[in-house]
Design a protein around this ligand. Structure first.
Ligand code: HMG
Ligand code: MG
Length: 283
């Protein structure tokens, strides 16, 4: 067996949030239930954001109430503020994520706040989570490129990452939101972030818009990252980042990691069925 590399499945949230057709809750539950038997340790299943901003995610509580929870899986939800955190706790999410950005343009468009304001908003969420003993993951979007502001300075990503770590995030997921990163820009960004956050607490969240996500994962593996976010069927994108289609597909990452000799602990047949199901859910 090769060294373990974890794939964090984000399909039910990041994969589906951008779909135009309002997907019935039963379909979402069926996808999560299938994924729960695939060998993942963590699956992101919901997002407690404003339903006016992302209508597709309005039914997060119903999804969390309807799924059959596998004992070894942590079911995660995005929470932009205290309202979202309270909704996530009422729905019994196992862990939450606060999500910021390394570029001002995207931060504004996505969560209607500057980076500084967003960090002020996240602090009470992280505090409340610590009081409840709920793990908090931190996301940073636009780590190499922003659809509004252009290239992102690696030092800016490192600055945000340090703040999220100080707030108590157990892991920081670095998002190439529009899939424009290259092994060179990803490496430069990771080198800067690794100066302030241990590599063991970093995850790569790469979109495959430019077709380089697998190369970017390889570059990240070389620097010591061992966690990667992916979505079955390669669905997804962000409603506030035009052209950000396509999270890197879980099945492609699993195959690539296996070819490189790593162990993902995943059942490839189940992943294949989940990828088919996710693609069929597409509007
Ligand atoms: P705002 O309008 O500035 O917020 O939005 P507000 O505090 O002024 O509230 C406005 C209304 O929303 C109020 O209701 C609030 O009660 C309600 P009203 O009085 O108008 O009836 N509200 C909420 N309702 C339910 N749940 C909540 C909540 N918060 C406020 N949590 C806000 C600010 C952050 C809420 C908004 O901008 C928002 O929801 N943004 C989320 C956008 C989003 O989900 N984007 C996609 C996820 S990020 C992503 O995909 C990137 C990632 O995958 C990594 C990568 O790829 O880079 C993570
Ligand atoms: Mg994403």
């Amino acid at each position: 067996m090769g060294e373990y590399v974890e794939i964090f499945e984000v399909g039910p949230r990041d994969g589906l949030q951008n779909e135009k057709r309002l997907i019935p809750v039963a379909e979402k539950i069926a996808l999560v239930d299938l994924l729960s038997g695939a060998g993942f340790r963590r699956i992101e299943v919901a997002s407690f954001v404003s339903p006016k901003w992302v209508p597709q995610m309005a039914d997060g509580a119903e999804v969390l109430a309807g799924i059959h929870r596998a004992p070894h899986v942590s079911y995660a939800a995005l929470t932009p503020n205290l309202i979202g955190f309270q909704r996530a706790m009422a729905a019994r999410a196992d862990e939450i994520a606060i999500f910021g950005a390394a570029s001002e343009g995207f931060s504004r468009a996505n969560i209607n706040a500057s980076i500084e304001e967003s960090l002020e908003r996240f602090a009470p969420v992280a505090e409340a989570a610590a009081e409840e003993g709920v793990p908090v993951r931190g996301y940073i979007s636009c780590v190499t490129d922003c659809p509004y502001d252009g290239p992102t300075a690696p030092a800016r990503v490192a600055w945000v990452a340090k703040k999220l770590l100080a707030m108590g995030c157990y892991e920081i997921s670095l998002g190439d939101t529009i899939g424009r990163g290259t092994p060179q820009t990803i490496t430069a960004m990771l080198n800067a972030v690794a100066e302030v956050v241990p590599v063991s607490k970093l995850a790569g969240h790469y979109h495959d818009t430019g077709g380089r996500a697998l190369e970017n994962i390889e570059a990240s593996l070389a620097l010591g990252l061992r966690v990667f976010d992916a979505a079955v069927g390669g669905l997804g994108g962000c409603p506030y980042a035009k052209g950000a289609t396509g999270n890197v597909a879980t099945e492609a990452v699993a195959d690539h990691l296996s070819a490189l000799g790593y162990d993902t602990g995943l059942d490839r047949a189940v992943i294949g069925r989940a990828a088919d199901m996710a693609r069929a859910m597409r509007g």
